[in-house]
Each structure stands twice: as structure tokens, then as C-alpha cells.
Design a protein. Structure first.
Length: 184
């Protein structure tokens, strides 16, 4: 081939590249999609990014309900249904085995990270306070927010009523259920 043939091949390649770029820029200008004003869906348990920076903000502290009022009226049947989500990783039966998570029989009022035979994360081992109604309420909303570094990857329960129903059900899963506090 002589240089004339090579020039035609190079010109065809460059012309094609220029055509593709012009089409791309034109299509981008015509079909420019504006940014959405709100997200299409919300992933529970994932804090939203701050609009001013890439850093995430901690969830606002939620006011605890009056457990003396809400627990006696909680729907234990609904709590049992919600517990099916827990039973993917936890066993709820008395003397049952540890699974991915520890057995939850008697968890309400039990010291944190105290179930024998389960290897807890160091974050969970940092406190051995008993699981109070308020602690469980906050933990079930966002385990990672309450105990940063916990192994529990559950996103949490956003619904306040779901958490109250689940706590009421977990309270019944004990030989001696923690007494319901008096009404405030």
C-alpha cells in the first residue's frame, strides 16, 4: 500500500471518531437529565448524606415511648411475626443453639454480650449493661448507630410500633419476664 491508502484509512478512523463525539455531545445536550429532588427509594438504616459535604450525619435521637403505657397494649402477635426476621440469624427457643447471632431467649433484661458460647464483637463486649426496654428500642432501630462496630448487619426497624411489638414479644420469651415499668 502506498501512503495515499494509509491516509484514507487514518482519515476514515478520525472522521468516525469525530462523528461519534459530536453525536454524544449533542445527545447529552438534548437529553440532559436533571438531578432528582428526592431519592427514589430509601434504604432503612442507612443515614442520609449531608447535602453540604460527603460526610454522613448521625441519626437524630428519638424520644423513647412510655413503656408503662405502650407495652401493655402492644400486639404480641404482630411482634411474633416481626421476630421471623430475627430468626434468620437468631434462635428464640429456650436452650436453643446460637446461630449467626446469639440465642435471644431471655434477652430482655439480660446483660449484653453474656450469652454463653457466642463470640461477640469487641464493640458489643464494651458494655455489659442489661438490655433495658429503651436500649432494645434504640438498638432495634439501628444496631450500627447504637453499637458502632457490631457484627450485626441488620439495617433496623424504622417503625416505632414494630419495635414496641417486637420488644413486647421478646419480653414474653423468658422464664421470668422483666416487669413492665409503671406508667409515667
Amino acid at each position: 500500500m502506498d501512503s495515499w491508502e494509509w491516509n484514507k484509512i487514518a482519515g476514515a478512523v478520525l472522521g468516525t471518531l469525530m462523528f461519534v463525539l459530536v453525536v454524544k455531545f449533542t445527545a447529552d445536550a438534548i437529553f440532559e437529565a436533571p438531578a432528582p429532588s428526592k431519592p427514589g427509594y430509601v434504604v432503612e438504616g442507612v443515614p442520609e448524606a449531608n447535602a453540604n459535604s460527603a460526610a454522613t450525619t448521625a441519626p437524630a435521637e428519638e424520644r423513647l415511648p412510655d413503656f408503662g403505657t405502650v407495652l401493655p397494649t402492644a400486639d404480641i402477635g404482630a411482634g411474633k411475626e416481626i421476630s421471623a426476621r430475627c430468626e434468620q440469624c437468631h434462635d428464640l427457643s429456650k436452650g436453643g443453639p446460637n446461630k449467626i447471632g446469639p440465642n435471644l431467649w431471655g434477652v430482655v433484661g439480660r446483660a449484653r454480650a453474656s450469652h454463653p458460647g457466642f463470640d461477640y464483637s469487641s464493640a458489643m463486649m464494651a458494655s455489659h449493661e442489661a438490655w433495658s426496654f429503651g436500649d432494645l428500642f434504640r438498638y432495634l432501630k439501628s444496631p450500627q448507630a447504637m453499637v458502632p462496630g457490631t457484627k450485626m448487619s441488620f439495617a433496623g426497624l424504622r417503625s416505632e410500633q414494630d419495635r414496641i411489638n417486637l420488644i413486647a414479644y421478646l419480653r414474653t420469651q423468658s422464664d421470668s419476664p422483666l416487669p413492665i415499668p409503671p406508667k409515667k
